[in-house]
Each structure stands twice: as structure tokens, then as C-alpha cells.
Design a protein around this ligand. Structure first.
Ligand code: C5P
Length: 265
């Protein structure tokens, strides 16, 4: 993992990719951080790092791993060394207690010269290049914040806990339905002009624990500043591997050479 200085460029953004891999991954039920869980025989982080590097978008990649997890650091270093010549340099840094803390930890360690950041979940280990490219393109076109997203296929409802008499019937009750055509399932990488992301995370650093726990992506923080967040098409291949079923789907995607039967959507 070398540390090549990044030369500032006057006109085009200089991108870093931040891969957040410091989660516990409890929902996957493997008893280990999700980034270590094998996918196609290799840890999930290795796939995420490979696709991020292959996108050709960034000069530098930062990976946030659980503090003190030397094994994942070794996995990260090994994957970085195995990248083809000319790939971005990779730095592995300690993450934090929440996803936002992990992003903030990296923001405090970025090399000078970086002007834009793509924040990517290690759990989205199979994101196609095209998604990285669409997000980076929108940033180059002047957007301060960009997210990839796909249409929602299910009808989504807001619920509340049932009270008294209703609780005997069922634990929750519907309180609203948002029209499906206006809903999107949001993915990563999410792209930001660096100054915008720093401002958003500075504000979030002052949140209470409850507010911090409610932050599930970086775009939310930018939205709360009143800055427009632009939306580009994501991909069905970019699923966040969270449950055992997701892992089965990801294995099938890998096994079927990103297969013709899978239509990118
Ligand atoms: O928990 P969730 O699935 O939403 O996590 C999304 C991503 O954020 C994962 O890649 C996970 O490793 C990362 N994360 C992190 N630091 C945390 C919690 C989650 O880097 N403290």
C-alpha cells in the first residue's frame, strides 16, 4: 500500500473512494464482520475493493475497518497488493461506532488534493462499473451530491405499533402509503463534492445518539443542509448483502459470469 501524493488539478474533480467496511454484519449471521464473509470463496471486502478500483474513477481508495481488527486489515492490504498495476493506492483506516462515524474517520485522513468523494458500502460487493461512472459523471457536471437508486417494486407503507385493543389483533397498524412511483431504493456509491460532505458531517458530529442512529446514508445529511441531492440509475446487481438470502443471490450473480440471464436494471 504505497502513498503517492495527489497532484491538485484545477478543473476536474479529484476523486477518492471511501469503502465503509466497519460494520458488525450481525444480520448475516456469520458471527464475523460482514466484510470478511466469503462470497465466491473470497471475503466480501476483496470484491468491493476490486470493483471500486476497476471503475477507474478514483486515484485513492480508503477502507474503514473495525478498530483493532488486524485480520481485516491484512485482508485489505492483501487485496490492495493484488490489484493490477496502475490501480489506485489503498489506505486502511479505523472505522467508528456507526456508519457515519466511519465516514467521518476517513474524512479526517484524506490526502490533500482530493476534491470529491464516493462513499461506498463494502456490503455492495458487486456494484457494476457503470454505477460508479454515472455517479462520478454527475459530480463532474457540477452536482454537489449524487446517489444511485432503483425503482421500488413493493408497495411501501408506514406503520406504527398497535395500541391496546388493536395490539391483540396484530403488533402494527398502517398509518400511510407513499405512491410507489415516487419511491426509490437508494444504493451506493454516493458521490459528493468534498466540501459539501465535510459540512454535512460536521453538523452530524453534534447529533445526539438517537439522531446519529437514525442516519443510514450520507445523502440524508446533505439533504438536511438544503443542498439538492441528484439521483442517477443504480443497478439490481448492486444489492446490499445483508441477509442470508442476499448472499445466495450474490453467489448466483458471481457464478453466472454476471450472467446474460441477469438484466441490469
Ligand atoms: O449496517 P449497514 O448494513 O447499514 O452498513 C452499511 C455499510 O456501512 C456496511 O458496509 C458496513 O460495514 C458499514 N459500517 C461501517 N461502520 C459502522 C457500521 C457500518 O463502516 N460502524
Amino acid at each position: 500500500m504505497s502513498n503517492v501524493p495527489i497532484e491538485p488539478d484545477s478543473s476536474r474533480p479529484v476523486f477518492a473512494i471511501v469503502i465503509v467496511a466497519a460494520g458488525s454484519g450481525e444480520r448475516l449471521g456469520y458471527g464475523m464482520p460482514k466484510a470478511k464473509v466469503p462470497l465466491g470463496g473470497e471475503p466480501m471486502l476483496v470484491h468491493a475493493l476490486r470493483v471500486a478500483a476497476a471503475s477507474g474513477v478514483a486515484r485513492k481508495i480508503y477502507v474503514a475497518v473495525p478498530r483493532g481488527d488486524e485480520e481485516l486489515r491484512r485482508i485489505c492490504a492483501g487485496a490492495a497488493e493484488a490489484l493490477p498495476e496502475g490501480s489506485p493506492t489503498v489506505s486502511c483506516v479505523d472505522g467508528g461506532a456507526t456508519r457515519s462515524d466511519s465516514v467521518r474517520s476517513v474524512l479526517g485522513q484524506l490526502d490533500a488534493g482530493i476534491t470529491a468523494v464516493l462513499v461506498h458500502d463494502a456490503a455492495r460487493a458487486l456494484t457494476p462499473d457503470s454505477v460508479f461512472h454515472r455517479v462520478a459523471h454527475a459530480i463532474r457536471q457540477g452536482a454537489k451530491a449524487v446517489i444511485p437508486a432503483i425503482p421500488v417494486v413493493d408497495t411501501v407503507k408506514t406503520v406504527a405499533s398497535s395500541e391496546s385493543a388493536d395490539a391483540a389483533v396484530a403488533p402494527e397498524i398502517v398509518v400511510g402509503t407513499t405512491p410507489r412511483e415516487r419511491l426509490r431504493a437508494v444504493q451506493t456509491p454516493q458521490g459528493f463534492d468534498l466540501a459539501t460532505l465535510r459540512e454535512a458531517h460536521h453538523a452530524a458530529g453534534l447529533f445526539t445518539d438517537a439522531q446519529a442512529a437514525a442516519v443510514t446514508d450520507d445523502a440524508m445529511l446533505v439533504e438536511s443542509l438544503g443542498i439538492p441531492v441528484h439521483v442517477v440509475p443504480g443497478s439490481a446487481h448492486s444489492l446490499k448483502i445483508t441477509t442470508p438470502t442476499d448472499l445466495l443471490i450474490a453467489e448466483a450473480l458471481l457464478a453466472g459470469p454476471r450472467a446474460p440471464r441477469w438484466v441490469e436494471g
